[in-house]
Write a protein that binds this ligand. Sequence first.
Ligand code: ASP
Ligand code: MG
Length: 419
Amino acid sequence: MPLLVMKFGGTSVADLDRIKNAAEKVKREVERGYDVIVIVSAMSGKTNELVGWVEQTSPLYDAREYDAVVASGENVTAGLMALTLQEMDVPARSWQGWQVPIQTTSAHASARFVDIPRGNIDQKFAEGMKVAVVAGFQGVSPEGRITTLGRGGSDTTAVAFAAAFGAERCDIYTDVDGIYTTDPRITAKARKLEKIAFEEMLELASLGAKVLQTRSVELAMRYKVRLRVLSSFEDSDANSGTLVCDEEEIMESKVVSGVAYSRDEAKMTLVSVEDRPGIAAAIFSPLAEAGVNVDMIVQNISEKNYEGHSVAVTDMTFSCPINQVARARKAMEDAKAAGEINFDELVEDTEVAKVSVVGIGMRSHAGVAAKMFDALSVEGINIKVISTSEIKISVLIDRKYMELAVQALHDAFELDTAA
Ligand code: ASP
Ligand code: MG
């Protein structure tokens, strides 16, 4: 029997009517001849409520009990989904993580999969069951305790099941109808992509993060699981939504596939740092220890006249999320006080945003950076920091120009029309 994995997110199972709507989509696939594994999230808002209850009860909670409580949201949906399917005469039953058993590490609240044995579920399919409904986001540790995978983890459960059971596809039903060339709230010209490569999806995290947990995309890329993102609120057919797939499946694509942005960035510059071997390590180790997620890094070498002779100094600039600026500043001031680094001044710019163009086509096409910088210059937007990877070019600019930059780049790379 061909097998499909269908995952329904919180808004798709928010109440009994929506569960019924989702169950109808499952039934349709069963009628098409598929065995189906359904992965469900908690009803929308439920996980937040459960987390709140835990925090109110015990501020420094035992992570094992946190997981025991927070995993329960998915259990409710799984049982209700199985009942709804049974009411529609579809042979179905539910599984909680430990019943499969979905084996994970013991890292509570951020557990990783170790193994998903197929035996229990395969046996029921062999006995005529058509749909296995599995609670997403959870598993069981080697110690026999309930674990959860981190927020948004049901996506990763879905991909892991698709890989373990060799599913033809993994359909992620959500409240948006696919992945767009950019955020449709920023430009009405944003276009839904038919297909996008795994690597591009990972880079477009700021467009996709709310849709797919990053780990699910990493896992899909590793096991080449074809992943489709589509809306549970629309009628769907085989071509609905966006397929996230191997680049070999994408016959024709543009050099740039999408424009991503990140609004809440900050730029910090250490002015006149002594230029010597080990200085970068002396700066970035304390930042890492302080939990600062450094993104872009730029180093400029210059000369400084010091008591009559010239010495080599460097300005070290880095970017990080705006809510980590205070932590970063403290780490740098502490390192300076401890004599580990030396700088004249720490300059902060908290009015910046990052805008990126992403596309696997960049690997084989020159001139993407030039075109990007030109489009920004035509709009009079100054670039503060640039960084590149094989398939992405990012710039830091003044936040007030972010929307304009996204629109200009979307136009320059003609993303409103298909390849
Ligand atoms: N219910 C969990 C959460 O909100 C897991 C998920 O829905 O993916 O994070
Ligand atoms: Mg989600």
